[in-house]
Ligand binder design. Structure first.
Ligand code: SF4
Ligand code: SF4
Length: 153
């Protein structure tokens, strides 16, 4: 897009947490596999914005216990949903890797739905000790090297 450099675009589309720290290796997205759970608010937003290409990768358990693809979900059903799962839209199987992860270079990946990615991806901080800590995060490894060797960059 005119006026936006590749670097800006990549900054915008980092796969994990969109902080400067992320090195876009894509590993966290691969490791999460199918365990990506959108919130009810994410579903509302995707329906409102007509993002069927996102919705088709998720299935929801409605209040009556029936599972349906999220493209068939109406906004007034969302409040009654008890579970949301990532499923392959063709086979119904759990995908091995998030379908929104795109490889753009030898070791570089972007999130193809960055502006509308699930809240859990948006708030993901693998370098902070706690629930989302991910010891194999490349950015974390780099930070640890720097603190172990002061002055090393
Ligand atoms: S939605 Fe985007 S950030 Fe979240 S796991 Fe998939 S590729 Fe990664
Ligand atoms: S593992 Fe770390 S460096 Fe790699 S994409 Fe995820 S947050 Fe970024």
């Amino acid at each position: 897009m005119a006026g936006i450099s590749d670097q800006d675009r990549w900054e915008e589309e980092k796969p994990g947490r969109q902080e400067d720290l992320c090195l876009q290796c894509g590993l966290c997205c691969k490791v999460f596999g199918d365990r990506i759970y959108p919130t009810h608010e994410n579903l509302y937003a995707w329906i409102s914005n007509g993002r069927r290409e996102i919705l088709r990768h998720f299935s929801a358990c409605r209040a009556d216990g029936k599972w349906i693809q999220c493209t068939d979900l109406s906004p007034d059903e969302i409040g009654g949903i008890s579970a949301i799962e990532m499923r392959d839209p063709e086979t119904g199987e759990y995908p091995a890797v998030c379908p929104f992860l795109r490889r753009t270079g030898k070791t570089r990946y972007i999130c193809s739905i960055h502006s509308e990615k699930p809240d859990m991806c948006r708030s993901y901080m693998p370098w902070i000790w706690g629930e989302t800590y991910f010891s194999r995060c490349r950015a974390l490894e780099k930070m640890e090297q720097r603190s172990f060797f002061p002055g090393h960059r």
